[in-house]
Every structure is written in structure tokens, then in C-alpha cells.
Design a protein around this ligand. Structure first.
Ligand SMILES: Cc1cc2nc3c(=O)[nH]c(=O)nc-3n(C[C@H](O)[C@H](O)[C@H](O)COP(=O)(O)O)c2cc1C
Ligand SMILES: [Fe+2]
Ligand SMILES: [Fe+2]
Length: 432
């Protein structure tokens, strides 16, 4: 067995900074940076063993390209590695596949040293680049590249693929055709720090790979599918993302794995029915009675599968998959101290990892005197870009029999919106 001391593991103090450029393929070098001490990324992600910012240098017979850079605080080790494989006056091209600061932190300093570089960005990337470079933007040669465009480095050719929203509007991939190497930036990336760099050499990063997808790519599943459709037909021997291991062993497996991850988590068994989920909390049972009646009304529609869930159980994770698949989401909360109940807010906050755009949304709740909860929840649903065709239903204290019938009607109307038997009426902001 190889002694641990010879592995140059990033956990060893100084090992990360001392790393030399690593050959990735013929005339391609890794010149990125390791960040083994990072424990939290973009606030939302935990990074139990840090991350890496992978940047690459591609040397052709007439040009040298830099593919992505690193987070600003790693500018120095990045440039040192870059200098070890190319002179600044040899560099011709800077490809920015994504302009989030973890990949563009070293751009200003690189451009200061190599101002002649032609910067290749996607159509949306140019807007972010302008914001990044501010009044210096006009000092540089910027080229907007789209799917199929190429940049020749002589005997090496870079071909671009515009793959927006994986996970920013600016994201693109770059295919080095001659080496069958695909640079994907965040796509197929993960936060996993291991100086051995290659997927066939590093530790077990399966959890990190899925966790990264879950929190970064999942809200953009439709765009991931579009990106996979572009990528799949390519000749690929290696996927080189900008975080975590370089996928040189069985790269197709990761594409297949992404195909699995973008699919539904739940076995399909509903057939053609539309699904409507009602979530509620209730302190004295009034909102609960409303929820039950709305449920009854919606369930009368044979084309709608209605379900009722009491959020008092306080555990939301299982609901997120369900919500992602649902057609309609209905939230009930009493007004407590001028607000909706925290449990409902917690569930709504948990929806950041999924795409709720275009789903039908509605709110209801019992109240005593002011009743703000319903409008507040409606506002949040609109903020999530859901369509809210019915004005939220508010009932003072416990509902009467007549009011329960109003609730049933509310449920019937929501169901009818789902099955297309009612014209949607968007709630006017003035109503909120
Ligand atoms: C601690 C507390 C605070 C409340 N604050 C408000 C309030 O700010 N505005 C309001 O309209 N009703 C308020 N209410 C009244 C409740 O909204 C009302 O009792 C409602 O019917 C409770 O519905 P539930 O049985 O579904 O819990 C409050 C009730 C409690 C117990
Ligand atoms: Fe990113
Ligand atoms: Fe990133």
C-alpha cells in the first residue's frame, strides 16, 4: 500500500500551495487551486473537505488558452502554476465558462499581466464580464461565442457550447475536440478537495457529487437536460469541471448519472391525474377545518389527485420531492402575531432547491382580527413565480357550515384551474 505521506494530500499543511501544474492530457495542464480548509460555500453548501477551483492551460501550435481561473485569494498560486507552463506573452485566449467569483477572482490580475488576451464568453457572460471589469471593460478584446463557434490554437481547436443556467445565465462548456476533453465549469463539478485530482485516484466523492447537484443544479433541471442533449453526442474522453475531481475514468457514467438525477425521484403511478397538495398548520383547529373542506372540494374532481398534509410533524425533507412533482400547492396558516406560522415559512424557504415556476399556488387561513398571513403567503408564492389564480381564502375564527361550503368551492375551483375548466384570473398586486 502507498504510504500516506507520499500522497501529497491537501490536508497536509502547505501541500496545497506547493502543488505544481498537473498534466491532464497531451498539452493540457491543470493550473487551478486547492482550498482544503473551506467548510462553507456560497453560504448554502457545506464542504466537509474543502473544494478546488480547477483552471486549465491548453497549448496549441499557434496559441495558448487559459480555461477559467480561480477564487481571488488563490490568484498567486494560480499564476505561479500558469507561469510554470506558459509565458504571459504566449497566451492568446482566456475562456470564461462561468463568471461567478470562484472562477473569475484572478481575472483582473491575469489581464493586468496579459492585457492582449482575447476573452471568450457566452452571450450572457458578456454582461457579467462588463459588471466585473467595470470601466476597464473596453480596454480588452472580448469575443462572444455561441454553440458551434470555434477558436483555433493551431493544431488544437476549442469549440463552444452555450449551456445557460447550469447554474447561472452565463454558463457555457468548451470542447477541446482534438483531445476529446470537455471543460464544463460547475456542471459535473463537486466540492471535494483531493490533490490526486483524477476520479480514479481521489477518495470517495459520490456523496459530494450528488450533494452538489442537489443544491446547485436541481433548481435548473430543464436547463441541465438541454445541456446534456448538447453534450451527449460529443466525443468525450474526459470531463474537466472546475470543482472537484477531473472525470477521466468512465466520463460517460457521469453523464448517465446526471440523466438519472434530473429524472423524478418518485416512481410514477398517478397516470394522467393532476396532483394538488394541501399543507397546513392550525393551533385551534380552524385552519385545519378549512383545509379538510378544501381537500374535499378538490378531491371531487376525478382528474385531480388531492392530498392533505399537516405540517405540525415539522419534517419537510420528504415533501420537497413531492412538491417538485406536484401541479398545485395550497398552503394554510392562521395569522399569529401578524404573520403566517414559522412552520409554513420554513417549508416555503426549503423550496429554493426546486423549480416551482408555473405551478398553481393558493393560500388560505383562519384569523382573529387582522389576518395578514394569507396575503403574506400569497406574496411568497408569487415571488416563487407560481401562478395564483384565486384570491386567498380567509375566514374569521372557526368556519360555519356555510363557510365550510365556501372552502369546498375554493377547492373545486382550484381543481378546475388544474384541469383547464376555468380561466385563470391572476391576483392583482393591489389585492395583496
Ligand atoms: C398567540 C396568538 C396570536 C394571534 N395573532 C393574531 C394576529 O396578529 N392577527 C389575527 O388576525 N389573528 C391573530 N390571532 C388569532 C388567530 O389567527 C385565530 O385564533 C385563528 O382562528 C386561529 O386559527 P387556528 O385554529 O387554525 O390556529 C392570534 C392567535 C394567537 C393564539
Ligand atoms: Fe457557479
Ligand atoms: Fe463554481
Amino acid at each position: 500500500m502507498t504510504p500516506r505521506a507520499t500522497l501529497d494530500l491537501p490536508q497536509m499543511a502547505g501541500a496545497a500551495d506547493a502543488m505544481q501544474p498537473v498534466p491532464v492530457a497531451d498539452r493540457v495542464h491543470w493550473v487551478g487551486a486547492l482550498d482544503p480548509d473551506l467548510r462553507n460555500f456560497d453560504i448554502i453548501l457545506r464542504t466537509a473537505n474543502g473544494t478546488s477551483y480547477n483552471a486549465y492551460v491548453v497549448r496549441g501550435s499557434t496559441g495558448v488558452a487559459v480555461i477559467d481561473t480561480v477564487k481571488q485569494e488563490f490568484t498567486e498560486p494560480f499564476l505561479k502554476r500558469l507561469e510554470a507552463v506558459a509565458r504571459y506573452d504566449e497566451l492568446t485566449t482566456l475562456v470564461l465558462n462561468h463568471l461567478e467569483p470562484d472562477h473569475t477572482g484572478a481575472v483582473p490580475e491575469l489581464l493586468r499581466r496579459a492585457p492582449h488576451l482575447e476573452i471568450c464568453v457566452s452571450p450572457r457572460g458578456v454582461q457579467v464580464l462588463r459588471a466585473l471589469l467595470k470601466d476597464r471593460f473596453d480596454d480588452y478584446a472580448v469575443r462572444i461565442v455561441r454553440t458551434g463557434d470555434t477558436v483555433s490554437l493551431g493544431d488544437q481547436t476549442l469549440r463552444f457550447l452555450t449551456t445557460p443556467y447550469v447554474h447561472w445565465p452565463d454558463t457555457q462548456c468548451t470542447h477541446l475536440q482534438d483531445q476529446r476533453l470537455l471543460f464544463t465549469c460547475d456542471l459535473f463539478g463537486c466540492h471535494f478537495c483531493d490533490a490526486r485530482l483524477f476520479n480514479d485516484r481521489v477518495g470517495d466523492f459520490r456523496f459530494s457529487f450528488e450533494y452538489y447537484f442537489e443544491h446547485i443544479m436541481r433548481p435548473f433541471k430543464a436547463y441541465v437536460v438541454a445541456a446534456l442533449d448538447l453534450i451527449e453526442p460529443l466525443d468525450i474522453a474526459m470531463i474537466a469541471p472546475s470543482h472537484g475531481p477531473i472525470l477521466r475514468a468512465h466520463p460517460r457514467q457521469y453523464i448517465t448519472h446526471y440523466r438519472r438525477l434530473v429524472k423524478s425521484r418518485l416512481a410514477s403511478e398517478v397516470g394522467d391525474q393532476k396532483t394538488l397538495l394541501i399543507f397546513y398548520v392550525s393551533a385551534y383547529g380552524a385552519t385545519s377545518m378549512m383545509a379538510g373542506a378544501i381537500y374535499e372540494g378538490a378531491a371531487e374532481n376525478p382528474d385531480v389527485r388531492a392530498s392533505l398534509f399537516d405540517l405540525q410533524i415539522g419534517e419537510f425533507t420528504p415533501f420537497v420531492d413531492l412538491i417538485e412533482e406536484a401541479d398545485a400547492l395550497v398552503f394554510g396558516s392562521p395569522t399569529i402575531n401578524g404573520d403566517a406560522v414559522k412552520t409554513v415559512w420554513d417549508l416555503l424557504a426549503g423550496l429554493v432547491d426546486i423549480d416551482t415556476k408555473g405551478k398553481l399556488g393558493a393560500a388560505f387561513g383562519s384569523y382573529g382580527w387582522t389576518g395578514e398571513a394569507v396575503q403574506m403567503v400569497e406574496g411568497r408564492l408569487q415571488g416563487l413565480k407560481m401562478r395564483v389564480p384565486e384570491k386567498g381564502l380567509k375566514i374569521k375564527l372557526h368556519p360555519t357550515d356555510a363557510e365550510l361550503e365556501d372552502c369546498r368551492d375554493f377547492g373545486r375551483r382550484l381543481a378546475a384551474h388544474l384541469t383547464g375548466r376555468m380561466q385563470p384570473r391572476e391576483v392583482d398586486f393591489a389585492d395583496l
